[in-house]
Ligand binder design. Structure first.
Ligand code: GLP
Length: 263
């Protein structure tokens, strides 16, 4: 794992947008794993700008989203289907047929989960998986005690997650669906590269636990310690809880890979 700390939210977000652009330039038919949440809203806004500046086509890319609320059809304004259209899909030239978000109203959730896993396999696996982190330490909707080998399935959300996501539902936690269909931790770990973006002081404690704490299913983001090619990109506030900070900065200052990203 590498931890990259930038001075502020805009710089951290921009660094991730640049990394994504570089991956698409290197492999125009790459398979991207996408996430949702406010952190990702800012990232997609910056990414759309960068894609425009680079005149980059995503026509051959394929995308797979981490999760969707159970019971929300793709047309529901609070569905992650709509989130993705609004923040990314409507602003780039992705072929809608190449974008995949789990179906939250499938007749049989187990069948839908299996179909989604198979679609990822058929695409050749995910090249780059983007992640945020919930305050409960989840990646996707892998709430506490999700098996670190779990696959796409239905998970019941924690009250903390429901409260965190209530804003999008008019601030009313009662309106937030209680369950979601989510890629499993095992599914996520099969991506060839993972980038987690977390900013703001509200994420500082959970980031420190996930990055430097013990590996445990109570905090599924800690499973990223098992991944051989994972980057955690933070702003100063998000990095406040880390104890190994000096070394992470040293790596960023000295690794040739980061040369063009340092200024
Ligand atoms: C939701 C998503 C997660 C995301 C989290 C963080 O719970 N299912 O994938 O990481 O939100 O959200 P935010 O960026 O709004 O803090």
């Amino acid at each position: 794992m590498e931890v990259i700390i930038r001075p502020d939210e805009a710089a951290a977000t921009d660094l991730v947008a640049r990394l994504i652009v570089a991956r698409i330039e290197a492999k125009p038919d790459c398979v991207l794993g996408l996430a949702t949440g406010r952190t990702m809203e800012r990232l997609y806004a910056r990414l759309v700008q960068r894609i425009g500046e680079h005149d980059l086509s995503l026509r051959r890319c394929r995308t797979f989203n981490l999760d969707e609320y159970i019971g929300l059809p793709a047309t529901d304004t609070n569905s992650y289907h709509q989130f993705m259209r609004h923040h990314l899909f409507d602003h780039v030239d992705l072929n809608p047929e190449n974008t995949h978000v789990p179906d939250g109203v499938a007749a049989d959730h187990a069948v839908e989960a299996e179909r989604f896993e198979q679609a990822i396999k058929n695409a050749g696996g995910i090249d780059l998986q983007l992640l945020g982190i919930g305050t409960a330490g989840h990646i996707g909707f892998n709430e506490p005690l999700s098996a670190l080998t779990s696959r796409t399935r239905v998970k019941t959300l924690t009250p903390a997650t429901i409260a965190q996501n209530a804003d999008a539902f008019g601030g009313d936690p009662e309106r937030v669906p209680k369950r979601a269909l989510t890629m499993g931790v095992g599914t996520i770990l099969e991506a060839r590269e993972i980038i987690l973006l977390a900013t703001g002081v509200s994420k500082a404690d959970i980031v420190a636990e996930a990055v430097e704490g013990p590996l445990r299913s109570m905090i599924t983001a800690s499973a990223l310690q098992l991944h051989p090619n994972c980057k955690v990109v933070l702003d100063e506030d998000g990095a406040k809880g880390l104890s190994g900070r000096d070394y992470y900065d040293f790596v960023f200052a000295n690794e040739p890979e980061w040369r063009s990203y340092r200024e």
